[in-house]
Write a protein that binds this ligand. Structure first.
Ligand SMILES: Cc1cc2nc3c(=O)[nH]c(=O)nc-3n(C[C@H](O)[C@H](O)[C@H](O)COP(=O)(O)O)c2cc1C
Ligand code: SF4
Length: 416
């Protein structure tokens, strides 16, 4: 059953304003946390909640916060990842547009927990409306004394800056994002050192996704046990699922983690459109391996999806019906990755281009019988051999599409 936490105000008129957010008790949790809890207690509460990062990798949030070294003499930074460039993903934009104050309250609590005096919100440049709403919300919060110097009932101060991206998907990768904020080319960094130790301007830094941070006020308000119980044993809470493709009601749905994929498609998105059958489903955004129609009873959580060889990723569900060409779909995805590869590592830079060339050749009716194996071979030489996860992200779909729908990569007449 759908549960509304992050989306609870979305249907209310003027949900983006401070007035409406406060009518629902907004910013009370931040006030209570600053007055009654130590930063360490906040970190422990978030650890116990089993909140895992909603940006794609699913790293436990409380643990990430606990990695930040104290007393280094350097400032600590919080960076909010609002780049949202993964095809199929449109969840953070809704939070930014519909309830920016819930995000700001989460940012305030997170910054207090890690000891950050300054935070940056890295916003996808194309999100013009979201940018306007967030900047208005920041101005409202500053005016009301909820951001800036000496926040209510405490000596804690926080300044938040909005930094606009310039349209590169790779700048959503956390170290490329840091480079971009520093005014450099958005190239992922070699790790270690990890950002928690050496991040923005060489200082300890936490990077969190918008949805992750919007969950934080709910955890501190109702408690870790309550939040954790909403999800599965290892993945607490609800998740936003943007559903697109061949469904009757494409849109954004919030469900507890562990809800079967089939329920979200049928109950949330109204089932497959035009009475067609499902051929495959991409369960978590463009970089996640595709599932077949037989696999869609899988619970939507990090571990269950890993068991069936895919990933929860950003939670973006893309439904492909029986008339969809898997060849064209994969070509479309791989053109995206080839275009967005930053070119730093050879397996990703060359591999993504070769994959596109082979797929285009098959689509033009000039494929060779060995092409499916050639595609798998190129993907095998990319996965795990690159600086950042984009190489894996491009290889995963190739492996799953070609293995599960091999016949469509042999005979173009069957797949057009
Ligand atoms: C190519 C690439 C693009 C990414 N884009 C985003 C993005 O747009 N938003 C996001 O939150 N995370 C994105 N990530 C994941 C981030 O690197 C990082 O894991 C995340 O922001 C951490 O936040 P979380 O722990 O709250 O999930 C991307 C990763 C890669 C490799
Ligand atoms: S894997 Fe691709 S996107 Fe990532 S650093 Fe290497 S070339 Fe750039």
């Amino acid at each position: 059953m759908s549960i509304k936490l992050v989306t609870r105000n979305f249907d209310r008129p003027d949900s983006h304003t401070l007035r409406v957010y406060r009518e629902g008790g907004g910013y009370e949790t931040l006030r209570k946390v600053l007055a009654t809890r130590t930063p360490q207690e906040v970190v422990e509460e978030v650890k116990r909640s089993n909140l895992r990062g909603r940006g794609g990798a699913g790293f436990p949030t409380g643990m990430k916060w606990s990695f930040v070294p104290r007393e280094t003499g350097k400032p600590v930074y919080l960076c909010v990842n609002a780049d949202e460039g993964e095809p199929g993903t449109f969840k953070d934009r809704f939070i930014l547009e519909q309830d920016p104050h819930m995000l700001l309250e989460g940012i305030g609590i997170a910054a207090y927990a890690i000891g950050a005096r300054y935070a940056y919100l890295y916003l996808r440049g194309e999100f013009v409306e979201a940018g306007r709403r967030v900047e208005d919300a920041i101005a409202e919060a500053c005016e009301a004394g909820l951001l800036g110097s000496d926040l209510p009932d405490s000596k804690f101060s926080l300044d938040l800056y909005v930094h606009y991206g310039a349209g590169a998907y790779i700048c959503g990768e956390e170290t490329a994002l840091l480079e971009s904020i520093e005014g450099k080319k958005g190239w992922p960094r070699v790790r270690p050192p990890f950002p928690a130790v050496k991040g923005l301007f060489g200082s300890p830094t936490v990077i969190n996704n918008v949805e992750t941070l919007a969950k934080v006020p709910h955890i501190l308000e109702k408690g870790a046990a309550w939040f954790s119980a909403l999800g599965t044993e290892k993945s607490g809470g609800t998740k936003l699922f943007p559903v697109s493709g061949k469904v009757n009601r494409p849109g954004l749905y919030e469900y507890p983690l562990g809800t079967p994929l089939r329920t979200i498609i049928d109950e949330g998105a109204g089932g497959v459109s035009a009475g067609k059958k499902i051929k495959g489903v991409i369960p978590g955004g463009a970089s996640c391996p595709v599932l077949t129609a037989d696999e869609i009873d899988v619970p939507m959580d990090y571990d269950a999806l890993a068991k069936v060889g895919s990933m929860l990723g950003s939670g973006a569900i893309i439904v492909l019906d029986e008339e969809t060409s898997m060849l064209k779909t994969l070509l479309n995805l791989e053109r995206f990755f080839a275009h967005e590869s930053c070119g730093q590592c050879t397996p990703c830079r060359e591999g993504t281009r070769w994959i596109v060339q082979v797929l285009e050749r098959i689509a033009a009716g000039k494929g060779a019988p060995e092409d499916p194996d050639l595609l798998l071979d190129i993907a095998a030489h990319m996965a795990g051999r690159t600086l950042c996860p984009l190489g894996d992200a491009a290889a995963g779909p190739v492996r799953s599409f070609v293995t599960k729908f091999r016949e469509e990569f042999l005979d173009p007449l069957n797949s057009m």
